[in-house]
Design a binder for this molecule. Structure first.
Ligand SMILES: Cc1cc2nc3c(=O)[nH]c(=O)nc-3n(C[C@H](O)[C@H](O)[C@H](O)COP(=O)(O)OP(=O)(O)OC[C@H]3O[C@@H](n4cnc5c(N)ncnc54)[C@H](O)[C@@H]3O)c2cc1C
Length: 533
């Protein structure tokens, strides 16, 4: 039997402390400080006199900088962009989106609206990022990740409310299972005792009649809604035939909210996802140096030399430090002049990144008149979904996403001209909410593979071997890049088991801090610690 302890040992071997720590969190074995337990316990002045240059001010770089400063290190953060947060990018009215090979787009949103072009939601079990938000007083609100009023839209345009898809399917399956039990088909699979318990459970599970038939359920919606006075009692909506449910290609997405990463309660920072990064930076002793594009990386036994260009003046600058933590995304790092050993350079060049796109519009809140308050309609194809805003409910206008697609479909979508991408997203909204495509104005489309300083949303470590991504990263390049190159340590969400989540970036940052502390300790005989007191 795979006990919880054996599971943890297995994860520990496969993924190191961070994997064990997140698994322990997931199993509820410890609380909010889970992965922090892997952080080195050092005096506050441990790193005094030692310098670290952090490349990149995304969540990994900012957390690295904060935690090293807390341990006394002198930290400089170099960031190519004019803002912090990296992929945690909130686009607001007036912001410009520039992509390689595309015309710049300027965002036009009504007051209070914005577009989380990258991350948009935080699961409850991502206690590291939620912990920093709490610590730095970044206000959070609930992100409504699923709505039972939203739709699953079949390829032929027919659609089901999520509540119908979930509960009618469950009703039919419960009825079928009850039939199988009555016919004795499961007699060898379950004991008589369990069989006796299963049947009454199935009546509750599927909302079955006394004869174990499924005749519809108010869980799927009302035929007649309950009213006031006499003669206004509720009736269930007529059940949809099983063949119609199974014929809807998006039916599997009725299970979307059961995915551990998508389960309520989910959160978002008030006003935009970048607020967590902004909050962390506010608590750094020294702000990130913006517009500082790293162009050359050299290391030697005594330290690291970084050459960067100040983009405002185009002047080259050189910075020397005892250590370096590099969080630059691998597709970007691959073309930076660096003296990494050949196997490391080829590992960096070989990391395959996924594709991901979003298309946002400013629109009157027509979806709320269909009782949709936040959540997602699944539409399939290259645009994949329609995502409704969780904030500003009952306001006049909101930001609606007409596309959020990744993988092969995302790759195909990103190859289309931007106007065509926008037209497809608008058409899908119109198909799902007839007549409202034209209400969606001021579009903005992002294709992450074309975004400078990112060049992709997250790595697909197992794309070439066809394996799953999250939680199963253990290729030789993945292992190699999780190792320091002398005094350079890599940190990034890409080097975690959850490359598509900021939490992974934080766990990787914590591992980088531990690696710098360990090197500092190991070198202490030759490079004595200069404690402040
Ligand atoms: C579409 C999309 C949806 C996502 N959804 C979610 C979600 O809902 N929830 C969630 O938690 N996560 C989500 N993620 C994942 C999350 O955004 C990332 O895991 C995380 O932000 C990565 O952080 P990082 O610090 O590792 O990298 P980055 O954020 O990419 O930081 C790297 C930094 O390096 C800088 N840089 C690059 N080149 C140079 C250079 N030459 N010199 C100096 N600086 C440089 C960049 O500008 C950047 O600031 C999503 C990502 C995308 C793209």
């Amino acid at each position: 039997m795979l006990t919880r302890r054996l599971l943890l040992e297995h994860l520990g071997r496969a993924g190191g402390t961070a994997a064990t720590a997140s698994a322990m969190q997931a199993l509820g074995l410890f609380g909010s400080t889970a992965a922090l337990a892997a952080m080195p316990d050092t005096p506050q002045d441990f790193g005094t006199g030692k310098s670290v240059v952090v490349l990149g001010a995304g969540i990994s770089g900012l957390v690295t900088a904060y935690e090293l400063e807390q341990r006394g290190y002198d930290v400089t953060v170099l960031e190519a962009r004019q803002r912090v947060g990296g992929r945690a990018w909130t686009i607001r009215d007036g912001d410009t989106l520039e992509m390689i090979g595309e015309a710049p787009q300027t965002a036009r949103f009504s007051p209070g609206n914005y577009f989380n072009a990258g991350p948009a939601r935080l699961p409850s079990f991502h206690q590291n990022i939620l912990g920093y938000a709490r610590k730095f007083k970044v206000p959070l609100e609930v992100e409504v990740n699923s709505s039972r009023s939203a739709y699953v839209v079949a390829n032929d345009g027919s659609k089901l409310r999520m509540r119908t898809a979930i509960n009618d399917t469950r009703g039919h399956i419960a009825e079928l299972l009850a039939k199988a039990v009555h016919q004795g088909a499961l007699d060898t699979a379950i004991s008589a005792e369990d069989k006796a318990k299963l049947l009454p459970f199935l009546t509750v599970y599927g909302d079955l009649e006394d004869n174990f038939a499924f005749a519809g359920t108010t869980r799927s919606g009302f035929g007649t809604p309950p009213g006031a006075g006499v003669g206004t009692m509720e009736t269930p909506a007529a059940p949809r035939p099983l063949s119609e449910l199974l014929g809807n290609e998006q039916l599997p997405f009725s299970l979307f909210e059961d995915n551990m990463f998508m389960q309520a309660t989910m959160f978002q920072p008030v006003g935009g996802m970048d607020q967590v990064s902004v909050g962390i930076e506010r608590n750094l002793r020294r702000r990130a140096l913006r517009g500082a594009e790293v162009q050359r990386i050299r290391h030697d036994p005594a330290g690291v030399t970084i050459t960067y260009v100040d983009r405002a003046s185009a002047g080259a600058r050189t910075l020397r430090a005892d250590y370096c933590v590099c969080t630059i995304p691998f597709p970007v790092l691959a073309s930076i002049d660096a003296d990494f050993p050949a196997p490391v350079a080829s590992a960096i060049a070989g990391v395959v990144y996924d594709h991901s796109n979003k298309v946002a519009f400013d629109a009157p809140r027509f979806w709320e008149r269909e009782q949709i308050y936040g959540g997602i309609s699944f539409v399939g194809g290259e645009t994949a979904l329609i995502w409704y805003p969780s904030w500003g409910l009952h306001g006049e206008r909101g930001t609606i996403l007409g596309c959020y697609s990744s993988g092969d479909m995302g790759e195909k979508f990103a190859r289309r001209p931007i106007p065509e991408q926008i037209a497809m997203a608008r058409a899908m909204i119109d198909k799902t909410h007839p007549g409202h495509g034209a209400d969606c104005i001021n579009p903005i489309a992002i294709n992450w593979t074309k975004v400078p300083y990112s060049l992709g949303p997250w790595p697909a470590w197992n794309k070439t071997n066809g394996g799953p991504n999250e939680g199963h990263n253990d290729t030789a390049p993945y292992r190699l890049l999780n190792q320091p190159v002398g005094r350079i340590v890599f940190a990034s969400a890409a080097l975690s088991q959850i490359p598509g989540w900021q939490e992974g970036g934080i766990m990787s940052a914590h591992a980088a801090v531990a690696a710098i502390v360990a090197q500092t300790r190991d070198r202490a005989p030759a490079e004595p610690l200069r404690r402040a007191s």
